[in-house]
Ligand binder design. Structure first.
Ligand code: GLN
Length: 500
């Protein structure tokens, strides 16, 4: 038997289609892997009790000759921010401990309809606020490359599950970088689709104008295959685009089959190639630029002068929207309820519940957001931040006149040590300095492995960005760049990960 856990989703798909393996075997192999390593990694918060039964059902369907999609029978891990009918959905918070939603998120429904096998729910920073998964109320996830280090956040659980071969695929959510930054520090691939490209229905909201659900995988092709399943219009999400999307898998196959960047204008954003980044990250980034140039890319420098304000604007807009979204956790409708000793009014119960149910980062952002939205300060803070957002969108528009795609490091450093930044909110916020602009503008972004940093031997990530709706361009050029990098190394990056 081949080592099923080390195969990509697309390789598993071929073996399932040819009948060489059954979904039950593939699913069992991943459950065994989870049992062996998740005590150390802690990627999962809940495991599905039904995974093997679901897999057996798909095997029966296949035997009966039913037409099945390419990822049918392939296991997947789901970030705990997505509502699932059959498993708790806590968003990493105590306030939702044990809460089982009465409906599936649209993305989850699509996964089930495409016959993927949900393995369980993955750990995350509480309500997706964080860059290290240390703000989970259920304890941190550990980076499989070095268990003393963070796996990125907020979707550290999804990235670690994929990097440690506990799952071939996962879904995450990205409000300011929570798919791409974990991808960068775990040597995996992460995609934030165009805003509105994937339904947010049933994704527990952090900041509604920034949130997008997207793929977490080990290859660009796998991300494309998964995006083809979860994307598309959803009448239940008022911001969902009505576009007909091309096949992202076809785009990835095109780019990966004869990898070249001939004639592609690759823009390097001056402001995202910053002197403060870790030396090994900058070194790998510049080597990648040379590689792309040798393979036909026309490298152009672009300037985005307003990116310098992106993090500041984001940390006003996000807390403002979060403070409003989290107001529904009122101890009345669902989740935790704490009765103050000696009783009290409804307000007292609400206050006691929020005090016990929300962690420190969530409280910090609710206070910030409420302040930024308060009468008298609204224009000065929230209003100004929205204006900066428009300026950033204009920076992107002029950059995309000169370039077909933009590239930058996906994170300024490799994975840092657990505990290193937890008491320093500003240091934590700066981890997303390269990813936040794409969320503010609603454009798609992808992170792919860019090599190991020479000073610590840990993964670095390359970010690619494209204009809104041009996600297919990311898959085509992302697959080409991935193939060129792997040719230059002589192996895939993930194959260098320690086996735990
Ligand atoms: N790290 C960023 C934050 O803390 C991004 C989070 C996310 O994308 N969900 O807000």
């Amino acid at each position: 038997m081949t080592d099923l856990i080390h195969l990509t989703a697309s390789e598993l798909s071929s073996k399932l289609i040819s009948g060489e393996v059954f979904s039950v075997e593939v699913t069992q192999a991943h459950l065994d892997r989870i049992a062996a390593v998740d005590g150390d990694v802690h990627a999962f918060l809940h495991l599905s009790k039904d995974a093997l039964d679901t897999a057996a059902g798909v095997d029966v369907l296949r035997k009966s000759g039913s037409p099945l999609g390419p990822l049918a029978g392939v296991p997947i891990a789901i970030k705990d921010v997505l509502c699932t009918l059959d498993m708790p959905s806590t968003a990493g918070s105590k306030i939702l401990e044990g809460w089982v939603p009465p409906y599936d998120a649209t993305v989850v429904r699509k996964l089930r309809e495409a016959n993927l096998i949900p393995l369980g729910k993955t750990n995350m920073d509480e309500f997706a606020m964080g860059s290290s998964t240390e703000f989970s109320a259920y304890g941190p996830t550990h980076n499989p490359w070095d268990l003393d280090r963070i796996p990125g956040g907020s979707g550290g659980g999804s990235a670690a599950a994929v990097a440690s071969f506990e799952a071939p695929l996962a879904v995450g959510s990205d409000t300011g970088g929570s798919i791409r930054q974990p991808g960068a520090v775990t040597g995996t691939v992460g995609v934030k689709p165009t805003y509105g490209g994937v339904s947010r229905y049933g994704a527990i909201a952090l900041a509604s104008s920034l949130d997008q659900v997207g793929p977490v995988t080990r290859t660009v092709l796998d991300a494309a295959l998964l995006h083809d399943v979860i994307g598309g219009h959803d009448p239940r999400d008022s911001t969902s685009l009505k576009d007909e999307w091309p096949s992202f898998a076809a785009a990835a196959r095109k780019g990966g089959s004869t990898p070249s960047l001939k004639g592609v204008r690759v823009g390097v954003v001056k402001e995202l190639d910053a002197p403060g980044f870790q030396a090994g990250v900058t070194q790998r980034f510049h080597e990648t630029l040379d590689l792309l140039q040798r393979n036909g890319a026309e490298i152009v420098e672009v300037s985005a002068p307003n990116f310098e304000y992106a993090v500041a604007a984001y940390y006003l807009i996000l807390p403002a929207e979060a403070s409003s979204n989290l107001a529904k956790f009122d101890s009345v409708r669902f989740g935790l309820r704490v009765n103050p000793v000696g009783g009290g009014t409804v307000e007292d119960v609400m206050a006691a519940t929020r005090e016990a149910g929300f962690g420190p980062e969530v409280k910090r952002r609710i206070i910030l957001g409420t302040y930024a939205l308060s009468a008298g300060y609204y224009d000065a803070y929230y209003g100004s931040a929205q204006k900066v957002r428009t300026l950033i969108q204009r920076d992107f528009a002029s950059a995309f006149e000169k370039a077909d795609i933009l590239i930058s490091p996906a994170a300024p450093t490799t994975a840092f040590k657990l505990g290193e930044k937890i008491d320093d909110p500003l240091a934590m916020y700066l981890n997303d300095v390269t990813t936040i602009p794409a969320n503010l503008a609603g454009i798609p972004g992808m992170s792919i492995p860019m090599g190991l940093a020479p000073e610590d031997g840990l993964p670095t990530g390359l970010q690619l960005m494209a204009p809104a709706r041009a996600d297919a361009r990311l898959y085509e050029h992302g697959a080409a760049i991935e193939a060129l990098l792997e040719q230059s190394w002589g192996h895939t990056l993930i194959s260098q990960a320690p086996s735990l």
